[in-house]
Design a protein around this ligand. Sequence first.
Ligand code: DX5
Length: 217
Amino acid sequence: MVVPAHSVLITPSILSCNLARLQEEVDSIEKYADWLQVDVMDGHFVPNLSMGAPVVKHLKTKLPLDIHLMVSNPHERLKEFFAVGAKHITFHAEAVASTGERKDIISDIRKGGAGAGIALNPGTPISVIDDVVHEVDLVLVMSVHPGFSGQKFMSEVLGKVTALRKAHPELMIQMDGGIDSITAKECRKAGANNLVSASYIFSAQDRKAAIAALRSA
Ligand code: DX5
């Protein structure tokens, strides 16, 4: 999916919404957001556990489901997300070192009818994905160490975004972690065109305004 550099997709992450009221929370952003991110953690790749396919199975939304797999065994976790209608699945470069397996995962994500993304932790250089960057639909540049919402934006990752954008003018570059109306400006300036945000959106009384602020950053 090509998103022109001047336009941006806003992707709320349900990680910090009130999960006891998940449907209402999603309803509150349904008309304003572009994608909906589900953060999947395994307590091994990251020091936290979150949610899996059963949580989204009965969710009613027209927003494309964007699955961020923070797990050590992403290849084994794909099918459960195809079954709940995932439109995009992103796995971490740090979890899969071999080029062969990365390519197999990307191919299997596509066969399952979804777009494939690869994610980079803050300390991982972009050269680590030279082998597959031309094959993915999206690169996710993490701007916090993954595992928790509500952390401080790490501006030191912006250089990676600038370099990726320069090398790949058409690439969808997603950023995630500590994104609010202020840091979103820096993300956009560096060339990101898909912004994930959890606490900024779900702690706002007025979600429409919060999403509009991210969109116009
Ligand atoms: C971090 C997750 C993020 C997180 C972002 O591990 O991948 O999606 O929910 O939360 P905020 O926007 O609160 O930093």
